[in-house]
Design a protein around this ligand. Structure first.
Ligand code: ZN
Ligand code: ZN
Length: 395
């Protein structure tokens, strides 16, 4: 099999699909939807897959806004292409997931055109709820990665990077229940749920001096009471707790939970602590696959920023981490905005729908499709990526 020829073909297919792919990217960008609510994005993406003759399963693996399609045959295994499409409250696609969805679905459409010349299988997975809810972990528990040998996606950023600096993360919702009373006439009869939350918030703020430099905790108040003249009977917040890896997350979670209980104890309020159903894992980086992707993206003219030169504090979390502990996975980042511009910023939202975002979506589709071909055509790359996965896997 002439892999270079197939690579040329998938790149030509992405070129031929440019108008359609950018329409999809702009459509999702203009209609941001939050985690678990991405119905319009799913309709837009699955319509394109169905129009190209693929059978698509929506509501796949237990999530209404997930989808799956698989094609190809052969002994070389199965590669999953992961499409994210959820957005952020108020700032829309400031994480540029429209670019991710377009790149993975674009790669899938280009590879599907190779039909029976594909030396293995490709599974395109629509993976909702990345920003919140850890959708890929929920899908994995329902079997989304059974029969999958490797997983790939790209993420937009301000520079091209072989992978994302990634740490583990837990989500927690905390609710304090107090006793309402007239705030002026009979405050002594009240138990102030907001005071409990503020005390917990301050306890966490003071704890920050004494946690490790790679650990992070940040939160917001989602319910601060009912009216100034009523002692708040209910107050609630949402916090994210992060540590360099999954193992270090557990003790930090305990320390944060202690802060919540301290607020409750000091005020007499009751506290309800609800940790998310799934924690986000750090990325188990796969060097052979990341290098294969980088070589393909460099052929498209992209220059990669040296990972080791990133500021040590620069990190985020992704549910691709959970996939990366199951199968060799990559999460390279493609420049979709100028280097000063960082994700989760309103300025990034504009770039995700700009020509720079478009170019990342198209290059992402090409580089992903080429890397899938590398994996399926090259038994040595498969062996090296699986050896790397096994040897580096923390025991
Ligand atoms: Zn994000
Ligand atoms: Zn993101």
């Amino acid at each position: 099999m002439d892999v270079e020829r197939l690579k040329n073909e998938v790149c030509e297919s992405v070129d031929a699909l440019t108008e359609e792919l950018l329409r999809i990217s702009h459509e999702i960008h203009a209609n941001p939807e939050l985690a678990f609510e991405e119905r319009h994005a799913v309709a837009t993406l699955t319509e394109a897959l169905v129009a190209s003759g693929l059978d698509v399963d929506t509501g796949a693996y237990g999530l209404e806004t997930a989808f799956a399609t698989e094609f190809g045959q052969g002994e070389a295994g199965c590669v999953a292409l992961l499409a994210e499409y959820d957005a952020l409250p108020l700032i829309g696609h400031a994480c540029g997931h429209n670019v991710i969805a377009t790149a993975s679905v674009g790669a899938g459409l280009a590879l599907a055109r190779l039909a029976d010349r594909l030396p293995g299988r490709v599974r395109v997975l629509g993976t909702p709820a990345e920003e919140h809810g850890c959708g890929k972990e929920l899908m994995a528990r329902e079997g989304a990665f059974e029969g999958v040998d490797a997983a790939m996606m790209i993420h937009p950023a301000g520079v091209n990077l072989a992978t994302m600096p990634c740490i583990a993360m837990a989500e927690v919702d905390v609710t304090f229940h107090g006793q309402s009373a007239h705030a002026a006439a009979s405050p002594e009869r009240g138990v102030n749920a907001l005071d409990a939350l503020v005390l917990a918030y301050q306890a966490i703020a003071q704890l920050r001096q004494h946690i490790r430099s790679g650990e992070r905790v940040h939160g917001i108040i989602t319910d601060g009471g009912q009216a100034p003249n009523i002692v708040p009977v209910r107050a609630a917040g949402r916090f994210y707790v992060r540590a360099p890896n999954f193992k270090k997350l557990a003790p930090l979670k305990e320390r944060i939970e202690a802060c919540f209980h301290a607020g409750a104890k000091a005020t007499g309020a009751d506290v309800d602590v609800q940790w998310g159903g799934a924690d986000y894992r750090d990325i188990h980086y796969n060097d052979p696959l990341a290098k294969a992707f980088q070589a393909n993206a460099e052929k498209l003219g992209r220059e990669f920023f040296p990972f080791e030169k990133l500021p040590p504090s620069f990190s985020g979390s992704t549910d691709l981490g959970n996939v990366s502990y199951r199968v060799p996975s990559i999460h390279p980042m493609l420049a979709s905005a100028p280097s000063h511009c960082i994700i989760h910023n309103p300025e990034f939202e504009k770039w995700a729908g700009s020509e720079m975002g478009d170019s990342a979506a198209l290059d992402g589709a090409k580089a992903l499709a080429m890397t899938v071909l590398d994996y399926l055509a090259d038994a040595d790359l498969r062996r090296r990526s699986h050896d790397f996965f096994d040897v580096q896997l923390p025991k």
